[in-house]
Ligand binder design. Structure first.
Ligand code: MTE
Ligand code: MO
Length: 327
């Protein structure tokens, strides 16, 4: 939970890593060369990177994104970690609960309603969304406000693609994301830890930023339920909770919308929630983070970067804003 203080730990230096398209080639090459390279450091590195396609769920092909900032070179988090250490309170507050209980989530049929201040409102079914724009692989850091982070190869397309198609009116200043709340499928709704449904929001320019991803998969496959199937948001420069899972409605509004975490504790979770090592959470520091899968007894925490490392791409959105006030 966000109530827990980070227990601290992490990791040495960001080890150099090979992007998936390249390591897939290497893997093929290695397979071709057979055991010839086995035992070399290089072979070891390539083998460690074959997590890109875990082979658990249906493949979701994507081209590599060429968008600036969309592919970090950091070592990927293992799929086994990214799909078992989750926050998805609709299935419980323990990190293991979503993987344990999200099997009951029915992800088809699925629709996303788009409404509010748009000229072309409508309801999009999943198959339409899957074909709406070319799928891209984006390797983003995701940093939770609790003080841990992962590096995940997401599959999806820029939310801006959808926004352009529905033609927002001049009154559309913010976007609210409403996620599924169904007691029959989500045992966590029995708890009142949050006001359901889980809602989140972005300012219009944040929602339109090309890095803001509507994600349908990860590691080359469709999204595991526990990671927010069948469609979720990923906003890489903001704390993880801004990235709503299992979205059913997108509303364009004039006034800053309410968000579940602000509602739960306004003094701790602001609307913006940009990753910012200089603005501590009232109950813990945000200066450092531990990388999931790389923590150990002697591992060092790594410094948290301004805007989670996406400052070159998104810093301009906040020019002139007091980020301590608008935290
Ligand atoms: N619907 C919904 N979306 C959610 C959450 C949630 O509890 N419910 N948790 C958020 C939080 S706190 C984080 S850190 C990320 C975690 O995403 P991951 O499990 O894919 O790493 O999802 C976010 N989206
Ligand atoms: Mo989080």
């Amino acid at each position: 939970m966000h109530l827990l203080k980070d227990r601290g730990a992490p990791f040495p230096a960001p080890s150099e890593i090979t992007p998936p398209s390249v390591y897939r080639q290497r893997r093929t090459l290695l397979q071709g060369l057979g055991a010839a390279l086995a035992g070399t450091a290089w072979a070891g590195t390539a083998a460690a990177q074959t997590t890109a396609r875990p082979g658990k769920l249906a493949e979701l092909p994507a081209r590599r994104s060429t968008l600036p900032g969309a592919v970090t070179m950091e070592k990927l988090t293992a799929y086994a970690d990214a799909s078992t250490y989750n926050n998805f309170y609709e299935f419980g507050t323990d990190k293991a609960d979503p993987a344990r209980y999200a099997g009951s989530l029915r992800t088809r049929p699925w629709t996303v309603a788009v409404e509010g201040e748009v000229k072309k409102p409508g309801t999009f079914d999943l198959d339409t969304l899957l074909k709406l724009a070319p799928m891209e692989e984006r390797i983003y850091r995701l940093r939770c406000v609790e003080g841990w982070s992962m590096v995940i190869p997401w599959v999806g397309w820029s939310l801006a693609e959808l926004i352009k198609r529905v033609e927002p009116t001049g009154n559309a200043k913010f976007v609210q994301f409403v996620t599924l709340a169904d007691k029959a499928q989500m045992p966590g709704l029995r708890s009142s830890v949050l006001d359901w449904p889980y809602v989140e929001g972005l300012r219009m320019d944040e929602a339109m930023h090309p890095l803001t991803l509507l994600a349908f998969g990860m590691y080359g496959e469709v999204m595991p339920n526990q990671n927010g199937a069948p469609v979720r948001l990923v906003v890489p420069w903001k704390y993880g909770f801004k990235s709503g899972k299992s979205i059913v409605k997108i509303r364009f509004v004039e006034k800053q919308p309410k968000t579940s975490w602000e509602e739960a504790a306004a003094s701790e979770y602001g609307f913006y929630s940009n990753v910012n090592p200089k603005v501590d959470h009232p109950r813990w520091s945000q200066a450092t983070e531990r990388r999931i899968g790389e923590d150990g007894l002697f591992a060092k925490k790594r410094p948290t970067l301004m805007f989670n490392g996406y400052e070159p791409q998104v810093g301009q959105l906040y020019a002139g804003m007091d980020l301590k006030k608008f935290f």
